[in-house]
Design a binder for this molecule. Structure first.
Ligand code: MN3
Length: 201
């Protein structure tokens, strides 16, 4: 079955004032839809049509050579955004507890240190891309990727990603990417991140 944009698990305006309604509408309905359409187009007529998006990204080099670039961008866009919508919630914010909270403190020194390093990864990503909290060989790490590159391309497990493409924040924050990165903590669904952490460890 061809890929589809998953429905948002909350209303378009549910993340206001941190992420505004118009941004969510364009981002989810237009940008994500375009990645889905192009990812479907890239796989059409290949044996990978209908395969799990993560599996195809993990085995990108098995795709026909002329499909690898388009799927890296658009399959990556579909996968990253599907993760992104679920990583936010109107009931989000605060600090992670449990094993994830402990692992963050152990790895980064404190939750505040973690946030600072994550924001720096987002601000430091030149041009379009993502800031990530990943699991790499069982250890937490912060990284960033350009374009729609997903950590799964390198066998890493993304736990939390923030979209730092201008389309994610420009309507509300204009050029102030650091302000967007800071405000975004108010909507992070830590229960979802903890679920991914538990599933991966
Ligand atoms: Mn985006």
């Amino acid at each position: 079955m061809a890929y589809e944009v998953p429905a948002l698990p909350y209303a378009y305006d549910a993340l206001e004032p941190h992420v505004d309604k118009a941004t969510m509408e364009f981002h989810h309905d237009k940008h994500h839809q375009a990645y889905v359409d192009k990812a479907n187009g890239a796989l059409e007529g290949t044996e990978f049509d209908g395969k799990d998006v993560k599996e195809v990204l993990e085995n990108l080099s098995s795709l026909p050579a002329d499909k690898q670039g388009p799927f890296r961008n658009n399959g990556g866009g579909h996968y990253n955004h599907s993760l992104f919508w679920e990583s936010m919630s109107p009931d989000g914010g605060g600090e992670p507890g449990g094993e994830l909270g402990e692992a963050i403190t152990k790895t980064f020194g404190s939750f505040d240190d973690f946030k600072e390093q994550f924001e720096a990864a987002g601000v430091g990503q030149f041009g379009s891309g993502w800031a990530w909290l990943i699991l790499d060989g069982g250890e937490l790490a912060i990284t960033s990727t350009p374009n729609q590159d997903s950590p799964v391309l390198d066998g890493k497990t993304p736990l939390l990603g923030n979209d730092v493409w201008e389309h994610a924040y420009y309507l509300n924050y204009q050029n102030k990417r650091p302000a967007y990165l800071k405000a975004w903590w108010n909507v992070v669904a830590w229960d979802k991140v903890a679920e991914r952490y538990a599933a991966a460890t």
